[in-house]
Design a protein around this ligand. Structure first.
Ligand SMILES: *[C@@H]1O[C@H](CO)[C@@H](O)[C@H](O)[C@H]1NC(C)=O
Ligand SMILES: *[C@@H]1O[C@H](CO)[C@@H](O)[C@H](O)[C@H]1NC(C)=O
Length: 251
């Protein structure tokens, strides 16, 4: 993911591009990557695309369960009386930010650079609270159940592909130090973080990784990191608990 990495690379974690197709029976889903730009997203302006916000509204309500888990200071889904886009109450901000997040995760947003300032607190609470952890958990669990549902051909071609950044390894500590997406992504700052080789495992991914190995898949690790970062990436993966793979493929 790396050169195109944005905060929502985090939210798209473990996306289904991580799923390989055994025995070549299915084609890999090709997902569009978030494209990095310095466009600033402004809530309540015409900058919010019509299609995007329409889509977002209903589905964001459906994901209200996870949002509710954040609970701490948020007003939940109460309020809702103000329909005025210009003046966003805290309750509406919660809804609008959930809608924005959903549109981002579904790749319905035009290229964007930073989290809308109004959503800084929302995104921080999401990333550090229970909701993000639950989201990681459910995707890993679904992926594991998909893996178990497959009949392996046993011809040496049963492959499982994992991405690195924010799939096997978590860059959350980096984002914690950079405003959880309120700061424009800075590639040289991010490179410094990568060089530390200190990213922790996404623990649910570590479990999934061990599960698919035990099921008999060959693991391929595919990353947008450069070939020059092979050694430190290997070191980081090893120290985070990922010791075995068929191939590590870098740019
Ligand atoms: C990115 O970070 C570097 C320091 O690592 C700094 O020199 C540079 O100005 C930053 N770039 C932007 C666009 O903020
Ligand atoms: C993963 O880490 C989270 C905290 O980040 C913790 O709540 C959860 O229990 C851990 N899950 C596993 C399977 O270790």
């Amino acid at each position: 993911m790396y050169p195109f990495l944005s905060l929502f690379a985090l939210l798209l974690i473990l996306d289904f591009s991580s799923l390989a197709s055994p025995s070549g029976k299915q084609d890999l889903p090709v997902l569009p990557r978030p494209i990095f730009s310095d466009r600033r997203f402004v809530i309540g302006s015409s900058d919010v695309g019509d299609g995007g916000s329409d889509n977002g509204a209903g589905d964001a309500a459906a994901s209200g369960g996870a949002g509710g888990e954040l609970g701490v200071g948020g007003g939940g889904a109460g309020g809702g009386s103000s329909g005025d886009h210009g003046d966003v109450s805290p309750e509406d901000a919660e809804l609008v930010c959930a809608s924005w997040r959903f549109a981002g995760e579904a790749n319905n947003l035009a290229p964007w650079g930073t989290v809308p300032p109004e959503c800084g607190t929302y995104v921080r609470k999401y990333m550090t609270g229970k909701a993000y952890d639950l989201d990681l958990q459910i995707v890993a669990r679904e992926a594991a159940s998909f893996a178990r549902s497959l009949t392996l051909a046993g011809d040496g071609k049963d492959a499982w592909v994992f991405d690195v950044d924010d799939t096997l390894l978590s860059n959350l500590p980096y984002y914690a130090g950079h405003g959880y997406g309120l700061e424009l992504f800075n590639a040289s700052e991010f490179d410094k973080w990568i060089k530390k080789a200190a990213a922790p495992a996404v623990n649910y991914s570590l479990k999934l990784y061990n599960d698919v190995l035990n099921l008999g898949f060959k693991v391929f690790v595919l990353t947008g990191r450069s070939e020059a970062q092979r050694d430190l990436t290997t070191r980081n993966l090893n120290s985070a608990g990922f010791q075995v793979w068929e191939r590590l493929i870098l740019r």
